[in-house]
Design a protein around this ligand. Structure first.
Ligand code: GDP
Ligand code: IMO
Ligand code: MG
Length: 456
């Protein structure tokens, strides 16, 4: 039976089997800021759709195109290529005002955002009381301070899981929005006052502001799971853009010093509505060393002058908050763990140039715990305190690599450094980044072939 009105139901399963488009997940293999934004931008030359699957405007993804810098927070990297479709998936928490601000500044910079950018009707909405709850709990005496980005991310995911959140579809439903804001404000104001002595938020003012924002967001809103599955069935290629990184994942990261979403590759499926069978490749992004911003364990952290030097050379300051990032050497046990959790088959090594000055590069090759060597990543934050990292010194290359275009041009020691990472992780290095610009990228032939990329 066909429903009336000429509607043709889709059997995506059958269509996909005939001609499914290529897909790849881009996932941070460390604690975020690995350079995912730059790599997504490079890949979008050969992909037609980019879908963000987790996090919110806690992310800061930097893309530099011929010296012009863009910092994307909610909008996927595909936006910088007008022929690309960009999707904000259901796994994202969307701050309507932050979204409109970002879209506004992209428009001002001459970037096309109309007709090529879509927001899931099932994404959760961040409201001002989420920030109020987060600030209260982060600053409350006696609580473990996570060092969050103060964007309301955690409390918004809390409401999602507790089944009392507001979704984008509800934001567009004005009577529902009013009732939701009134009820939620009453409840949150009481809790925040009792726990943190916070000043109450004005529900009426909030409703007016968000009802107005909703109208500006309405044209972007779609059932993006349908959009993405249709795109796959039509043979279109999709990059799933991760935010944060493996060690910030709510389940697999250094809990409780994590973000509140599934930033690992599994999140690409639940956070967009495509089936697990639609994922072809998982690409892990790692710096040639390691950084983290915020509190929590970091076994290979460098304190003192050495750490400061790496921070300066790598310009390691948060793209969103400007906070200095903690720095350290590459941690191979963590990279192997990221490989296991995400199913990483290809690695992209970024910021290789930041190590250009060194004649020797220490790499953490294993953990010593209570006199025994282990690769096991602790489940508890306190478990990291027992880790005594085992280092191996790799020869440095002490040569600038910034403008090298092929792997053969890289100094021998740099090639050996990359081969060592491959040997130790079992993943292949498909791309190397030797500077922040789109052009400062080396693509490996096999990677280009497997992913069907256009060469430089
Ligand atoms: P993301 O959150 O993973 O997208 O990464 P961020 O944009 O937050 O942080 C990465 C920073 O490193 C940005 O400032 C980039 O411009 C910069 N960057 C990316 N790749 C390279 C590289 O290969 N070399 C250098 N020197 N900087 C890079
Ligand atoms: P991108 O996508 C680096 C960190 C915060 C904090 C913890 C929890 O740019 O790689 P949250 O505000 O999410 O509740 O903070 O997670 N964090 C990030 N660190 N890069 C990010 O994103 C991050 N997003 C959150 O610093 O330690
Ligand atoms: Mg970042």
């Amino acid at each position: 039976m066909r429903p009336p009105g000429g509607f043709e139901p889709h059997n995506f399963q059958a269509e996909r089997e005939l001609k499914r488009g290529r897909t790849a997940v881009i996932v941070g293999a460390q604690w975020g800021d690995e350079g995912k934004g730059k790599i997504v931008d490079v890949l979008t030359r050969s992909f037609q759709v980019v879908a963000r699957y987790a996090g919110g405007h806690n992310a800061g993804h930097t893309v530099i195109i011929h010296g012009k810098k863009f910092i994307l927070q909610l909008v996927p990297g595909g936006i910088l290529r007008p022929e690309c479709t960009s999707v904000i998936g259901n796994g994202v928490v969307l701050d309507p005002l932050a979204f409109l601000k970002e879209v506004g500044s992209l428009r001002d910079a001459g970037v096309k955002v109309d007709g090529n950018l879509f927001v899931s009707n099932r994404a959760q909405v961040i409201l001002p009381y989420h920030r109020m709850m987060e600030l209260g709990s982060e600053n409350a005496p006696g609580r473990v301070k996570i060092g969050t980005t103060s964007r309301g991310i955690g409390p918004s995911y809390e409401d999602k899981i507790a089944r009392r959140g507001l979704r984008v579809a509800d934001l567009l439903d004005t009577p529902l929005l009013r009732t939701h804001i009134e009820n939620a404000c009453r409840e949150k104001n009481m809790i925040a006052h009792a726990l943190f002595n916070s000043d109450p938020l004005d529900a009426d003012k909030m409703f007016k502001e968000y009802a107005e924002a909703a109208e500006k967001i309405r044209p972007f809103v779609r059932d993006t799971a349908l959009l993405l599955n249709r795109a796959l069935a039509e043979g279109k290629s999709i990059v799933f853009e991760g935010a944060q990184g493996t060690m910030l994942d709510i389940d697999h990261g250094t809990y409780p010093f994590v973000t509140s979403s599934s930033s690992t590759s599994g999140g690409a499926v639940t956070g967009t509505g495509v089936p697990p069978t639609a994922i072809d490749t998982v690409i892990g992004i790692t710096k040639a060393y390691c950084t983290r911003v915020g509190g929590g364990p970091f076994p290979s952290e460098l304190l003192g002058v050495e750490g400061e030097d790496l921070r300066k050379r790598g310009n390691e300051f948060g793209a969103v908050t400007g906070r200095p990032r903690r720095t350290g050497w590459l941690d191979l046990p963590l990279l192997r763990y990221a490989g296991m959790i995400n199913g990483i088959s290809w690695l992209v090594v970024t910021k290789l140039d930041v190590l250009d000055h060194l004649t020797e590069i220490p790499v953490c090759v294993g953990y010593n715990v209570d006199g025994k060597q282990t690769d096991e990543v602790p489940a508890q934050a306190c478990g990291y305190e027992k880790i005594d990292p085992i280092y191996r010194n790799m020869p440095g290359w002490a040569t600038p690599t910034q403008n090298m275009k092929t792997i053969d041009q890289l100094p021998k020691a740099a090639r050996e450094y990359l081969s060592f990472i491959e040997k130790e992780t079992g993943a292949r290095v498909g791309m190397i980044s030797t500077g922040p610009d789109r052009e400062q990228t080396i693509l490996v032939d096999d990677f280009v072939q497997e992913l069907g990329l256009e060469k430089n």
